[in-house]
Write a protein that binds this ligand. Structure first.
Ligand code: SAH
Length: 368
């Protein structure tokens, strides 16, 4: 096996399975993404950047890397919410999983239009990857003094908080369950003929699940629920609101959404662990149900296309392109399509918000 596959992660995971038995998909994901030496997030630069000439590099391109308009409109959202919250000063402006730091850079540039927002903001970037944190410091070097980093949500201080995250939730571990005659059994990863392969674990799903038929797959993500509940607690105690953008579904459903992305193409999640980005689709209904149970307000989630158009994407593109060369106008048109068209990112990506009821009064910019 060592000769056939020189990837040290395959060996590490195979040895662990030999010793301790098959592992859950959540444990496999953690092993692949967060191993201190060979982990996907800890050892490389996964997100392709606007800086590179062909906009590639990395393994995938995210909305802030498609166009500056994305981060600018998230900035408009944060400023409107800050005003609705009663202009708390100081407040934490938190971003979860900031990637290359591009969204925050565009957000802070847009916020120059509201100097008291900027002077009240204490930016905290929550990032697990040392490589990406370094890249964020480079991208945001103009804002040096106002930014600090935290390794997890537990590092955020108790004060009013406006939090954003793009493609953060999908990176948190999740579990899969297969419908059998004995109920929903956990799907795990074991060894077959010396190779990583899917197996059934002896755990049966407890709690609510759809009916399903034999062979169906259902996904749960306690790490995501735990994260949004912690964030909900922070904004309920201190005032604040959160905005999460990700690919996923508005209603809980059945289906296998485990995916690996490598070099801008889908790959087999069990091939070459640590070399591809592993994610699954976010179940927004499950997350919003749990924060509403805690007392948060939340508007109906919308698609990314609706959200950006509601916030003025077309007007922003028009303003940026006015009087400019044809190729710039073409680039902007292309970016609008990529971000908002149903055939591109517009429908697959969803936007959800939640916050403390007291001051926001359920006014949610960008949501109908
Ligand atoms: N938001 C960026 C990057 C998305 S990729 C963009 O839109 O371009 C996912 C990001 O989440 C990366 O920065 C990754 O390192 C970070 N991340 C993944 N798991 C994390 C965790 N448990 N805690 C903090 N950051 C995490």
């Amino acid at each position: 096996m060592t000769e056939a596959n020189p990837n040290p992660q395959t060996e590490i995971i195979a040895r662990r399975i030999e010793q301790d038995g098959p592992i859950s998909i959540a444990d496999y994901m953690l092993a692949c993404l967060a191993h201190p030496q060979y982990g996907y997030y800890t050892s490389g630069l996964p997100v392709g950047g606007r800086g590179s000439a062909d906009r590639t590099g990395g393994d995938f391109i995210t909305a802030p890397e498609v166009s500056q308009m994305f981060g600018e409109l998230i900035g408009v959202w944060c400023m409107e919410v800050w005003v609705a919250l009663g202009k708390p000063d100081p407040f934490t402006l938190a971003e979860f999983g900031p990637g290359r730091g591009t969204l925050m850079k565009d957000l802070l540039r847009a916020a120059r239009a509201m100097p008291d927002f900027l002077s009240a903001a204490r930016v905290v970037l929550v990032e697990i990857s040392p490589t990406l944190a370094e890249q964020q410091a480079l991208t945001l070097s103009d804002h040096g003094g106002m930014i600090t980093w935290a390794g997890s949500i537990d590092g955020l201080p108790e004060r009013p908080t406006i939090a954003v995250g793009n493609e953060f939730l999908d990176a948190l571990p999740f579990h899969q369950w297969v419908k059998t005659v004995d109920g929903w059994m956990e799907r795990g990863i074991g060894l077959r003929d010396g190779k990583l392969a899917y197996v059934l674990l002896p755990n049966v799903l407890k709690g609510e699940a759809p009916a399903g038929k034999a062979g169906d797959i259902f996904e749960t993500a306690p790490a995501r629920t735990g994260f949004v509940e912690t964030l909900a607690g922070l904004v309920l105690r201190n005032n604040g609101a959160a905005l999460m953008v990700d690919y996923g579904h508005l209603k809980t459903g059945i289906g296998d959404t485990f995916q690996a992305l490598r070099d801008h193409t889908f790959a087999d999640p069990l091939q070459d662990p640590g070399k591809a980005d592993l994610t699954s689709h976010v179940d927004f209904q499950a997350l919003l149900d749990s924060v509403q149970m805690l007392g948060c307000l939340a508007p109906e989630p919308v698609t990314q296309g609706e959200f950006l158009l509601n916030l003025g994407l077309l007007e922003r593109a028009g303003a940026l392109g006015a009087g400019r060369e044809k190729f710039i106008q073409e680039t902007l048109r292309h970016a609008v399509e990529r971000l908002a068209a149903p055939t591109a990112m517009g429908d697959l990506f969803k936007v959800a918000a939640f916050g403390a009821p007291a001051t926001l009064g359920n006014r949610w910019p960008g949501f109908v």
